[in-house]
Each structure stands twice: as C-alpha cells, then as structure tokens.
Design a protein around this ligand. Structure first.
Ligand code: ZN
Length: 129
C-alpha cells in the first residue's frame, strides 16, 4: 500500500497509508485539512456531531470529544507529540469518570426523592395486614 508523500512537521516523511486514489494520508490530505480548519473556525464544534453526541454522552464531554478527535488527526500528521495526546486522553478519561459518577449520584437522589413517604418510613408486608 502506498504511503503518504507529505513531510511531517519535523521533516521526516509521513508513513501513514494514503486514502483512496490520493497521494496523501487523510491527515495530510488538503481536502481534509480544509475540513479541519473549518471545524476550528466553528470553535471546534461540528454542530451535527455535537447534537448527535449530546444524545449519547454527557453534554459537557462533547467539546472534549472534539479536542480528542483533533488530537488524533494531529498525531497522525506529526503535528502533535504522541505523549501530549496520551496525556490529554488520560485527563479526558478522568473527566469522564468523574462526570459519570456525578450523574449516577444525581439519578439516585432523584429516584429517592420520588419515593412516597410511606415507603421510605417502613414497608408493610402482606402478613402484617
Ligand atoms: Zn501523511
């Protein structure tokens, strides 16, 4: 399989396989670069993706997704140190864990608040009638 003809930022050749009939990988493909630049202009938020993701993940994690997606592209194009991307992913993972724990706690409290007072005070069993 052909590899990308673009140089990485440090001058060494990119070794990522090319996309389709092109001569560059998806990270170095000018068409993809335009898409990424456009995305940055929109404040790092692809609205349709953000809308879709907000249905399946906590809304506060949607911008984190955008940043990690950009980090992936930048690592593959040689524009970002993989160690920085690894550190960013680790912090993002910690954010997700804390946020999820908070959401579970919030749901439990909401369920407890819905319980009628009689059930909270003491359950009556059939043999107690
Ligand atoms: Zn490349």
């Amino acid at each position: 399989m052909a590899t990308c003809s673009a140089p990485k930022r440090d001058g060494t050749p990119c070794t990522t396989p090319v996309v389709g009939d092109g001569r560059k990988c998806w990270a170095h493909d000018p068409a993809m670069a335009e898409k990424r630049a456009e995305k940055r202009r929109l404040g790092g938020q692809n609205r349709s993706t953000a809308k879709r993701l907000s249905k399946i993940m906590p809304v506060r994690l949607v911008p984190v997704w955008d940043q990690l997606e950009q980090a992936l592209a930048d690592v593959l194009s040689g524009d970002l140190d993989p160690r920085q991307a690894t550190a960013a992913a680790a912090v993002a993972r910690a954010l997700a864990v804390i946020l999820q724990a908070g959401e579970v706690e919030e749901r439990i409290r909401a369920l407890e608040a819905q319980q009628p007072p009689s059930e909270q005070a003491g359950r009556r069993y059939p043999w107690q009638a």
